[in-house]
Design a protein. Structure first.
Length: 338
């Protein structure tokens, strides 16, 4: 893109009110030597998504899939044209942000940089990302959406719903009381992914030997999920573990519940290879955590594209070490089980 075209593009964004919010203060470098904003504002997220779409020359398609309870847009981006379909969802919990910048970096890597490997990847897979599913929760830096008049079964009265408890396949999107969960349900139903990966954050934990865990993963645990779909999710979880461990992280099993409304269970019941990823809240490692999430996104897509994910032994997931006790003084109690 020429300098003149870039200036024209930025002018469009400015006039649309999308170019705001300075980048976060640099602490350490991340992808390609750049410092990534770990918590882009709502406006900056829209700006970055539309900029990436423009720079991709049409390879990245950005859609507004609906609005939050306070009227903020909920964005999705799609890239690729391959048969295998992968869906990533970030930031269902508003105070768990790091999957969102990782998603932007994934789009940049595969949709803008024009590498040979990316072109081959996008011929094999189509990746759809709901980028920041909970913009109202992000604005308040809290877990829930914004529904202060609700009395939710899962959530907090005076605040809102815990979106990641409202993906029960038995509840139609139009009947879903958690607005943003209904938007994800609709997007999933229209896209019909083979793989669905939900990015969250957790507190700080260690293993039995005292080594700090940087991320956790889990597959569907609801008894109604078909065994073959559980096995596929376990294969994906092993790919996640290997990619993050290989990037310098340390992955454990997440001790999650079996309620059907949790996304990894709900979409597992629908036949998706459904996996949860929880990035640990480690402030001094924040940029590396974004890198790790990006590594997992790329590895999942590549292993799906070349078929290697289907060759993984599902039993290897059971050998992923369990998450141990919380680190003393950590703030994980603010991050309830997802």
């Amino acid at each position: 893109m020429s300098l003149k075209s870039r200036i024209a593009l930025l002018s469009v964004f400015v006039s649309a009110g999308l170019l705001v919010a300075p980048a976060a203060q640099a602490v350490e470098t991340t992808v390609d030597g750049r410092t990534v904003d770990p918590r882009p504002s709502t406006a900056k997220l829209a700006f970055e998504l539309h900029k990436l779409a423009a720079l991709s020359h049409g390879k990245i398609r950005v859609d507004k899939i609906g609005r939050s309870n306070e009227g903020r847009p909920v964005w999705a981006a799609r890239v690729g044209h391959g048969k295998t379909r992968i869906q990533y969802v970030t930031q269902q919990h508003g105070d768990e942000p790091l999957g969102t910048p990782a998603a932007l970096e994934f789009l940049r890597k595969v949709g803008v940089e024009h590498s040979v490997w990316a072109r081959k990847l996008l011929a094999k897979v189509t990746v759809d990302i709901v980028v920041r599913a909970n913009p109202d929760g992000h604005e308040r830096d809290w877990r829930y959406n914004y529904a202060p008049d609700a009395t939710p079964v899962y959530g907090e009265k005076g605040k809102g719903y815990d979106i990641n408890r409202y993906h029960d396949p038995a509840v139609a999107p139009k009947d879903n009381p958690a607005t943003e969960a209904g938007l994800i349900q609709r997007r999933n139903a229209s896209f019909e992914p083979d793989i669905m990966v939900d990015y969250h954050m957790q507190g700080r934990y260690r293993d039995a030997d005292g080594k700090e865990i940087t991320a956790s993963t889990l597959w569907p645990t609801n008894a109604g999920v078909e065994p073959s779909d559980v096995d596929f999710a376990k294969q994906i979880a092993v790919v996640v573990q290997r990619s993050i461990d290989g990037n310098g992280g340390y992955v454990s099993q997440y001790p999650g519940g079996d309620y059907q409304g949790i996304a990894r269970n709900g979409y597992g019941l629908l036949g998706n290879g459904s996996v949860l990823i929880e990035l640990s809240l480690i402030p001094e490692r924040e940029q590396q955590q974004i890198r790790d999430a990006l590594a997992s996104m790329i590895a999942i897509a590549q292993s799906a594209a070349d078929g290697s994910v289907r060759k993984v032994d599902p039993a290897a997931a059971d050998a992923i070490p369990p998450r141990g006790p919380a680190l003393p003084g950590s703030a994980e109690e603010a991050h309830e089980a997802a």
